[in-house]
Ligand binder design. Structure first.
Ligand code: HEC
Ligand code: HEC
Length: 409
């Protein structure tokens, strides 16, 4: 089995060389040069079993996986299409997008820092459906209420020599979210989001959104990502995904404390340098927004009429047209509540998810408990109760029109 006295491997650090990504070896691996590693295929199981990657059985003296070629990710879809780059990327951004995309499928092993606790070996394992950058098929993660505002994550796997984590009975599930268009959502200015949240219900529609505010070091920032709006940016989400989903430690300048910068495995920390985060971020923020398949003006009018657009705002800002979110937190009632307090969100609060790309998603709602838009709608309560009731009171023709509209997203 796994030998804990195993060599400490060098910190992989990324640099782009002639359009290719080099995970380079420093320190004690010096002189080994660059070699190709088989990064394997993307996990595509959809029923929650991530499968066992071939990791515990590496021979001690096997060469380090030092080189990942972009072709392992397959060619990216064309610009502007689902999973493709945004049409407005510069040549340099496009190159970084491609390099980040290769890192996104890179499978970490125990020798490159995986663990000691981990869910999956690559970003792509949870963000692959229907194309790289999407959601995770049927994959669900387990979270439990922690002390105070600390949400505990219970990864499925523990490295040999580490005890598996005991999942508490009151733990709850969270499903991966698609990453398309996040760069546009990230570029909506804070002031616009804050102005759109209407915490005192000044417009009298019964909906009071809240802008989620959280601390990054000493400063209070607007948080807009995650189903609980628990992260301010793609960059911070990426650092957190590295540590909490894969057990990969990193540092990121001043934000070092926000991520896990040290863990208990035998690989020297940080296990990746900030440039790995740079490239992963370049890929995620470079992903095009999901294009709609057509338009359904009547269905969209019904959507507005029954109050869906009070939260699912077509344009949260001119930077993200057609996202159908206000990026605010809303009290969604007791039925959806998941017992988790995270950053500024209480157990009943969730950030309005963007509806662009809805038709490509297999599981809906934060916990994946809905399979169809209608199943998601009927679970809306709290601030969304009157909107849900207005939906339920629609005649069949208008209801079908609204659902047909959702189906274009
Ligand atoms: C084990 C599964 C898993 C892995 C591996 C994983 N993610 Fe995620 N990802 C999730 C889940 C679950 C969510 C939704 C969390 C939530 O609802 O708050 C998510 C959400 C995100 C979001 C925010 C999306 C939004 O709409 O707010 C970003 C950005 C992200 N992931 C990036 C990454 C990157 C980059 C990697 C690799 C470093 C990665 N993820 C690896 C499961 C995973
Ligand atoms: C008060 C704000 C609010 C209103 C009004 C509202 N929603 Fe939502 N909607 C949300 C929030 C918050 C979620 C996420 C809940 C969760 O993840 O558990 C959500 C989730 C959804 C989802 C699932 C999306 C996903 O990615 O999981 C769909 C579909 C949806 N809403 C459609 C509608 C429709 C259609 C209407 C009008 C009938 C509507 N919503 C009204 C706030 C609202």
């Amino acid at each position: 089995m796994f030998d804990h006295t195993w060599q400490r491997v060098a910190i992989p650090s990324a640099s782009i060389l002639a359009g290719q990504l080099l995970l380079c070896c420093a320190g004690d691996s010096g002189g080994r040069g660059v070699e190709r590693a088989d990064v394997g295929s993307v996990t595509t199981d959809v029923e929650g079993d991530p499968g066992e990657p071939d990791i515990g059985t590496d021979p001690v003296d096997a060469p380090l996986p030092t080189y990942v070629a972009a072709e392992h990710a397959g060619p990216a879809p064309p610009a502007g299409e689902l999973g493709g780059p945004r049409v407005d990327l510069t040549a340099d951004e496009l190159q970084r997008f491609e390099a980040g995309r290769a890192l996104f499928v890179y499978e970490f092993s125990y020798r490159t820092g995986l663990g000691p606790y981990w869910e999956e070996t690559s970003c792509a394992a949870c963000h692959f459906a229907p194309v790289l950058g999407g959601a995770g098929g049927g994959r669900l993660l387990t979270f439990g209420p922690g002390e105070g505002n600390d949400v505990e994550h219970y990864p499925l796997h523990a490295a040999p020599g580490f005890d598996p984590l005991i999942v508490p009975l009151d733990a709850s599930l969270v499903r991966p979210r698609p990453l398309f268009g996040l760069g546009l959502l990230e570029s909506v200015p804070d002031e616009l989001i804050i102005a759109g949240c209407d915490p005192n219900d000044d417009d009298g529609d019964g909906v009071r959104g809240r802008a989620a505010m959280g601390r990054v070091g000493p400063t209070l920032e607007l948080f807009r990502l995650g189903s609980k709006a628990n992260q301010p940016s793609v960059r911070s989400f990426t650092g957190n995904a590295l540590i909490s989903d894969m057990g990969i430690t990193s540092v990121d300048g001043d934000a070092a404390d926000a991520f896990g910068s040290a863990d208990d495995d035998s690989v020297a920390d940080p296990e990746v340098e900030a440039d790995v985060i740079d490239l992963l971020e370049a890929f995620v923020v470079g992903l095009a927004p999901p294009p709609p398949s057509g338009s359904e003006p009547h269905g969209e009018a019904v959507f507005v009429e029954v109050g869906c657009a009070a939260c699912h705002r077509r344009d949260p800002g001119p930077q993200a047209p057609g996202a159908y979110t206000d990026l605010c937190l809303h009290d969604m009632g007791d039925d959806l509540a998941n017992g988790i307090r995270d950053a500024d969100a209480g157990p009943r609060d969730f950030r309005t998810p963007p509806l662009w790309g809805l038709r490509h998603q297999v599981l809906l709602l934060h916990d994946g408990s809905a399979r169809t838009p209608e199943q998601a709608i009927v679970r809306h309560d709290g601030e969304a109760r009157s909107s849900r009731q207005a939906y339920e009171a629609l005649d069949l023709a208008d209801r079908d029109a609204l659902l047909a509209f959702l189906d274009t997203l």
